[in-house]
Design a protein around this ligand. Structure first.
Ligand SMILES: NC(=O)C1=CN([C@@H]2O[C@H](COP(=O)(O)OP(=O)(O)OC[C@H]3O[C@@H](n4cnc5c(N)ncnc54)[C@H](O)[C@@H]3O)[C@@H](O)[C@H]2O)[C@@H](O)CC1
Ligand SMILES: [K+]
Length: 507
């Protein structure tokens, strides 16, 4: 697990480290510059033409220190100063004085002649970027982009990318490598910033871990090694020890979603899975997944909300320790009754997905039954229906959208996109770092609900199950992509790779 920060949080961490702990700002800057130089040396040789584009803030100060180090090592380096020297920060002024004394080629932007560039070091804006890039800065960036540097290394974050949201502030550099300091910023984790950042290297430059305690470090992601967070299945156990997952899913002509969710729950470690579906699905599900128990209902009874139907559903809910509600339910009117009955009868974690969410969107009063053990897993379209916002607006700030919905009801909201966000009920926010575009396929969401259900069945609570489930699902997708490339993934293949990730457990 690693923490992520916004630019503003990182600034607080900087201040605490400098002012309270007493590590001088210039020491941090020197280490930051060294870390970037270390990456640059992997990319170029002494014949390469290197431009270091420096702004007036401390990102520019890092840049001037980088230019000095490269110059002293014998690289052909020019530092281009984009702002007025007299308005530079204290640290950047000191860097300028040092650079002058050791003979760094320092050129003010208007005097610079653009030519060929093998490597651009982007030190124009870092965490301090707080508005649209306009005027002369925009002109400089346009000109640098037009001169087409062969490679770009960004210092801390590509200039133009907002460090908190990943949004482009008018214009941005596209980096091949971004060397960031201390902790990764949300801006390089979230699109479009993620795409503009290239490979992100997180350099440790001397921030003590306690500096993080000054902020509420609520953002995190998982990484290889975190498979250990999946609970062990103790030897002295039986199938009942590992949870009973009820999958309320499927409808006429739609059995696949129920199948995929159930299979994924089993593959993740659940002991027993029961599918509650319409009678038409019985044969196909029994033959595809004989390990599952099948119980069926009559949609007409569900539609009329008969006592018999209520009793039948009540019994299923009583049996279950985890419920998946929604995949492939369709949009018939009886689905509302089904969803309402489950929400009122169940006192166990419920993963509400797909058509289950559709029923909520169509009948907003149903949110009145939400309790803290609900996990919703909408994709952007479903989120738009749930909230009445547009997909575009949600996309602009995924974290805020997921957080707002989760906090409104005190539930966990997994907002599925290229970078899936888990707004957890315990106030932490998970930002996913696994997965790839080959997973943008029908059925992938059903597998995710099944994985989360499996983790709940193993005993994780909702927040951990949601975050870890998203990560496992993405990792499985990465394994499938490695084997089959970016086009051919089938959702069922995700279930076949869950074991690959679980086998990474090192205990
Ligand atoms: N001691 C420290 O505080 C450390 C800071 N570090 C570096 O310092 C950076 C942060 O430095 P700063 O806070 O000075 O911020 P920046 O260097 O990112 O620049 C901020 C400056 O740009 C201006 N600005 C913001 N948006 C603009 C826009 N759209 N158009 C024109 N001007 C704009 C701001 O008014 C400010 O003057 C980090 O990203 C990192 O690279 C590192 O050296 C590590 C240590
Ligand atoms: K930068």
């Amino acid at each position: 697990m690693r923490y992520l920060v916004t630019g503003d949080q990182m600034k607080e961490v900087d201040h605490y480290t400098i002012d309270t702990i007493g590590i001088p700002s210039l020491v941090l800057m020197e280490r930051a510059a060294l870390a970037v130089v270390c990456e640059i040396e992997k990319l170029v040789n002494k014949k390469s033409r290197i431009w270091v584009l420096c702004g007036n803030g401390n990102n520019g100060g890092d840049g001037i220190a980088i230019a000095r180090m490269l110059h002293l090592k014998g690289y052909r380096t020019t530092a281009i100063l984009a702002g007025k020297r007299e308005s530079a920060t204290r640290e950047t002024m000191i860097q300028l004085e040092i650079a002058k004394k050791v003979g760094v080629d320092l050129v003010d932007y208007p005097d610079f002649t653009f030519g060929e560039c093998d490597l651009l070091v982007d030190a124009l804006f870092g965490l301090g970027l707080n508005r649209e890039v306009l005027g002369s800065y925009r002109e400089i960036m346009d000109q640098v982009i037009a001169s087409g540097p062969a490679l770009t290394v960004a210092v801390d974050i590509p200039s133009g990318i907002h460090s908190g949201s990943g949004q482009i502030m008018g214009i941005a550099f596209r980096a091949d490598v971004t060397v960031t300091f201390g902790w990764e910023k949300l801006g390089t984790m979230l699109y479009p910033g993620k795409e503009y950042s290239g490979t992100v290297v997180v350099a440790e430059i001397g921030f003590p871990e306690q500096s993080l305690s000054t902020i509420k470090s609520e953002f995190f992601t998982f990484e290889p090694g975190d498979a250990n967070k999946v609970p062990l299945r103790p030897a002295y156990s039986n199938k009942g020890s590992f949870g009973k997952v009820l999958v309320v899913a499927g409808s006429r002509n739609m059995s696949g979603a129920a199948y995929l969710s159930s299979l994924a729950a089993y593959r993740t470690g659940a002991g027993l899975v029961k599918i509650f579906t319409v009678e038409e699905n019985r044969t196909i599900l029994q033959s595809e997944l004989p390990e599952a128990i099948i119980a069926t209902y009559d949609p007409k009874e569900a539609d009329a909300s008969t006592e018999a139907f209520k009793e039948l559903l009540g019994k299923q809910c009583e049996w279950a320790s985890v419920i998946v509600l929604g995949p492939g339910l369709g949009r018939e009117s009886y689905v509302k009754n089904l969803v309402e009955e489950v929400l009122t009868n169940a006192y166990v974690p419920i993963i509400l997905d797909a058509d289950g969410l559709g029923a909520i969107a169509d009948n907003p009063d149903l949110t009145g039954y939400f309790t803290e053990n609900i996990i919703v897993t909408p994709h952007l379209g479903e989120m738009a229906r749930l909230t009445g916002s547009s997909v575009e607006a949600i996309k602009k700030n995924l974290i805020a959208a997921a957080r707002e919905y989760a906090d409104r009801f005190g539930i966990t909201c997994v907002l599925k996109d290229a970078v899936t966000i888990g707004a957890l009920k315990d106030q932490r926010t998970y930002v996913n770092s696994s997965g790839n575009s080959s997973m943008a396929k029908a059925g992938a969401g059903d597998v995710l609900t099944g994985i989360i259900a499996g983790l709940l069945a193993l005993g994780l609570e909702e927040s951990d199950a949601a975050a870890l489930g998203v990560w496992l699902h993405g990792r499985a997708g990465d394994v499938v992509q490695e084997k089959y490339g970016g086009y051919s993934l089938l959702a069922s293949q995700l279930t076949e790779e869950i074991h690959t990730i679980l086998q990474e457990q090192t205990r």
